[in-house]
Ligand binder design. Structure first.
Ligand SMILES: [Zn+2]
Ligand SMILES: [Zn+2]
Length: 164
């Protein structure tokens, strides 16, 4: 059950003027963790009616810059947004279905920020992505009614002599 945060308070705390698009986008991020820009655009339109892609993009950028929203972009994925900020938690991604899960730091409080050698950098974030398969995809399915079998590989490793 999602807690209903005081969105206007969050925006003001970040020195952001409270506007309907900002409010709607932030609410969408809270309700849909790790959502794509497209998904957040759809949710925002449900609340506000017509709103341009650019407007939502600009709001996400402002919220991210202000630290109200965290943007993650795992390799091979589009950008995802979440409202759980400041705790440097990590993410587990399923290679099969693409679902994203939150993973707390392995031990205690943000130990990953304590690099063994920071090379003089002042580190404020460590990005760790655990790749694997989610519980649903990893579960053995003797009778898989909707087996997501991929079609035959489109690229054959050894292509026969092609006509020149
Ligand atoms: Zn999965
Ligand atoms: Zn997360």
């Amino acid at each position: 059950m999602p807690v209903s945060p005081d969105l206007e308070h969050l925006l003001r705390d970040a020195s952001l003027r409270v506007t309907p698009p900002r409010r709607a986008v932030l609410a969408a991020v809270y309700e849909h963790p790790h959502a794509t820009t497209e998904a957040l655009l759809a949710r925002t339109r449900e609340r506000l009616g017509s709103v341009s892609h650019q407007a939502v993009y600009d709001v996400l950028r402002a919220l991210t810059d202000a630290g109200v929203v965290r943007r993650i972009q795992p390799a091979g994925s589009v950008a995802l947004y979440e409202a759980r900020v400041g705790d440097n938690h990590h993410h587990a991604l399923c290679r099969s279905c693409g679902v994203v899960g939150d993973v707390d730091c392995a031990v205690g409080h943000t130990p990953c920020l304590t690099a063994s050698d920071s090379a003089g950098f002042v580190i404020d974030e460590a990005e760790v992505v655990y790749w694997g398969r989610c519980s649903a995809c990893a579960a053995p399915s003797p009778t898989s009614p909707t087996s997501p079998t991929s079609p035959t590989s489109p690229t054959s490793p050894t292509s026969p002599d092609s006509p020149t």
